[in-house]
Design a protein around this ligand. Structure first.
Ligand code: ZN
Ligand code: ZN
Length: 448
């Protein structure tokens, strides 16, 4: 009897080590000898073979076990599912496979009351996060719980996945979560210090990238935690000087992604990426000024004056932005079809920081024709033929003349021009911009 038991134990050991190593042949062989071993668990935390396969990313073994009708939501001692372990270790193929096999994404472990989403966020696996979020969008969870409720699910200490990602300093996870509707100003219960926002936690971790992301999504620098501290104080205490400089409430406000605007939330992927990049670049310019300790007195919310991007504009002569005369037109406003660069589009949309407590957002209008912006799309690059037959449309002509003057006179005067605030540049840029635009400064006298 005793011999039988030890034989069983050694077979179990053989199975688990084969699962961990992804030795499919041995796994099959051991299970052929004793198929009941599939339901055995490890001694200490009572993990199943499926847990081990998921944690070590052994996709073939995992598939075999699932094929032999092992339930994907089997629990170990801490009520962790194999999906949680796969998300914890960043085993993306196992995460995908388990979800395909019907694993429940809305299970909570008994350790910290966390879901697989918390696991992926805490351990910094943005790819797993993405897969879980798309599953949540498509699964019954969205219908019963609500998608946004799932994204903002709290663990046992009141931390959302966004809190955990910010605390761990994973800016990519922070970005994915914010992009999927994570609430930027949520406060924790007991996690971190009570009442911490994701910005407090990013300040603690000293992650500049997370702070950038959070500020660009409208995180409030003046929100206090239960101890009455703002994120700035938290960063100072931990000696994260650069973070503190950005969090200092008296430093210039960053541009904020205008997510509540209808046409921004409905943007296609390409246009969104363009605008996001432009926003981060603009904020980086602002940061440089703050970190240098200089007073940031730009009249432009773009703050990109110091950048001279002649190379970029040289490439496509006729598609130069009519507002800044600095960047290529990459965004087309619809319905009117007017074009401008991503930076200028953002300057229009980010003029007023969206207020999270009210749903009132003024709809930006096209600076050329004053019609409401219904949609933003990526401007298609025109072929030579299209350009020639396009003279009566929009601003092809003024652009051409401007460019030809530019090339004939050299760029010195334009460098001077690019040293001015973009909004000033806007006003000089086109007489066609409606004069009543509130953000248009006095026109500059730059006749040359
Ligand atoms: Zn522009
Ligand atoms: Zn227009």
């Amino acid at each position: 009897m005793g011999q039988g038991l030890s034989c069983r134990t050694s077979e179990k050991k053989e199975l688990f080590s084969a699962v961990q190593l992804g030795d499919l042949e041995t796994v099959e062989e051991v299970l052929k000898r004793d198929s009941s071993l599939i339901h055995h668990t490890t001694v200490y935390d009572r993990s199943s073979a499926l847990h081990v396969a998921a944690a070590s990313g052994q996709i073939e073994v995992l598939s075999l076990l699932l094929d032999r009708s092992v339930t994907p939501d089997i629990l170990n001692r801490h009520k962790q599912t194999p999906l949680m372990l796969a998300a914890m270790h960043g085993k993306i193929s196992c995460v995908t496979k388990l979800i395909e096999a019907g694993a429940n994404i809305l299970m909570f472990d008994s350790r910290n009351g966390r879901t697989c989403l918390h696991y992926a966020a805490y351990y910094g696996h943005s790819d797993c996060l993405q897969v879980i979020l798309s599953a949540a969008r498509a699964s019954p969870v969205a219908a019963s719980w609500g998608y946004s409720r799932f994204v903002n699910t709290r663990d046992g200490k009141g931390a959302t996945a966004l809190h955990l990602a910010a605390r761990q300093g994973c800016s990519e996870c922070v970005h994915v979560l914010l992009d999927n509707g994570a609430i930027v100003y949520a406060s924790t219960d007991r996690y971190g210090y009570p009442g911490s926002t994701p910005l407090h936690l990013a300040a603690r971790s000293g992650s500049l990238d997370c702070i950038r992301e959070l500020l660009a999504w409208g995180a409030e620098r003046l929100q206090i935690d239960a101890a009455g501290r703002i994120p700035y104080t938290v960063a100072l205490r931990r000696h994260h000087r650069a973070c503190a400089a950005l969090l200092n409430p008296s430093a210039a406000e960053p541009l904020v992604w205008p997510s509540p605007l209808k046409f921004i939330t409905e943007l296609n992927h390409e246009a969104k990426a363009l605008l996001e990049r432009a926003l981060m670049e603009a904020n980086r310019e602002r940061e440089k000024a703050i970190l240098r300790g200089t007073v940031y007195t730009s009249t432009s919310p773009l703050g990109s004056e110091s950048r001279i991007e002649d190379n970029a504009s040289e490439a496509s002569e006729t598609d130069l932005c009519c507002i800044c005369f600095d960047q290529e037109c990459t965004i087309e406003v619809q319905e009117c079809g007017h074009r401008m660069c991503a930076q200028c589009t953002l300057a229009l949309c980010c003029h007023n920081k969206p207020n999270p407590t009210t749903s009132c957002h003024s709809i930006p209008v096209c600076p050329f024709c004053r019609s409401n912006i219904v949609r933003l799309v990526v401007a298609k690059v025109k072929t030579e033929n299209e350009k020639d037959s396009d003279h009566d449309v929009n601003f092809t002509k003024p652009q051409k003349s401007w460019r030809s003057r530019k090339s004939s006179e050299g760029s010195s005067s334009f460098r001077g021009l690019s040293g001015l605030g973009s909004f000033r540049r806007m006003s000089r840029g086109s007489g066609r911009i409606a004069a009543e635009n509130e953000w248009v400064d006095k026109p500059l006298n730059l006749d040359i």
